[in-house]
Design a protein around this ligand. Structure first.
Ligand code: ATR
Length: 273
């Protein structure tokens, strides 16, 4: 059986082993996939060992995505843009390829699963940390009309807007930059919800058929999802679909087979309840 794993810390609640097991069964792939808790200072050694002992591919989650970026011998454009890697693959030539499938996972969930159009839409992206940076390149490849990045620390949003300015019409700033504008899509990429908080959003308009997406998920609607519902968003979603889609893209890189994701999203949803 080909060996795969996810490295993280903490890793106990990772859904990746269940997701990849479901993909493997569905696609008839002989593989094992384990969750490994790696010591905070031990990523490089653990990754070297994993590949030296025949490991074929690794998913990497918090807090090691930047270290995985440094570990990779080659990078996809979207990984380089993200400055973070969530997927490592052993290559024929012995090198390790790094990719980042988070952004394409988000886009696929919105476009293919939820049926939301991105082209020509006015998007607000809340947050300017690693989660926001990781999804910007695939988002901008969908050609939104404008993308505003708003963050508690305005400077981080400005930096991101500058770094991606060549890919589209991007504005960065504190949450006040959103004031008085109307949006078709609002994406929450902050970790505020993990503390039960909502970013300090100003009065902003949601378009008639607006969509709101929280990259976080849970067994009940998040604070941001409740905000969206109160502001009469037309459609609201959490990040469970993104989680399954980023896994599917990793699986495809490793096995050259694309699993059907909807049944696995449904299965994961049932496990959450
Ligand atoms: P991640 O990888 O989840 O993006 P991160 O790089 O630490 O983690 O970024 C966390 C993001 O959530 C940042 O945009 C952060 O805002 P700051 O850059 O101003 O710190 C945002 N965030 C976290 N807690 C928040 C809160 N209570 N209110 C608003 N934004 C918050």
């Amino acid at each position: 059986k080909d060996k795969y794993a996810v490295f993280g810390n903490p890793i106990k609640h990772s859904k990746s082993p269940a997701i990849h097991a479901a993909f493997a069964e569905q696609c008839g792939q002989h593989m094992q996939y384990r969750a490994v808790r790696v010591e905070l200072d031990g990523f490089q050694r653990a990754a070297e060992r994993f590949f030296a002992s025949g490991g074929r591919g690794l998913n990497v989650t918090l807090p090691f995505k930047q270290e995985a970026f440094a570990f990779a011998d080659t990078l996809t454009d979207r990984a380089r843009r993200a400055s973070a890697v969530n997927t490592l693959s052993a290559c024929e030539d012995g090198g390790i390829a790094g990719d980042n499938t988070d952004g394409i996972g988000l886009v696929r969930d919105m476009v293919a699963n939820l049926g939301w159009q991105l082209q020509g839409r006015r998007i607000a992206l809340l947050g300017a940390g690693g989660a926001a940076r990781g999804v910007l390149e695939p988002l901008l490849r969908e050609h939104p009309a404008v993308l505003m990045i708003a963050n508690r620390t305005a400077a981080r949003a400005h930096e991101l807007a500058d770094a991606f300015a060549d890919l589209g019409d991007i504005v960065g700033g504190g949450y006040e930059v959103l004031a008085g504008h109307e949006f078709d899509l609002v994406i929450n990429a902050t970790s505020a919800g993990l503390y039960g908080e909502l970013p300090a959003l100003p009065e902003m308009g949601l378009a008639e058929r607006s969509c709101c997406y929280d990259m976080v998920y849970g067994n009940e609607p998040t604070v941001f999802m409740r905000w969206a519902a109160q502001n009469t968003a037309w459609a609201v979603a959490d990040g469970l679909g993104m989680l399954v889609e980023q896994a599917a893209e990793s699986f495809y890189r490793w096995r050259q087979v694309r699993p059907a994701t909807q049944p696995v999203i449904n299965q994961m949803r049932q496990l959450l309840a």
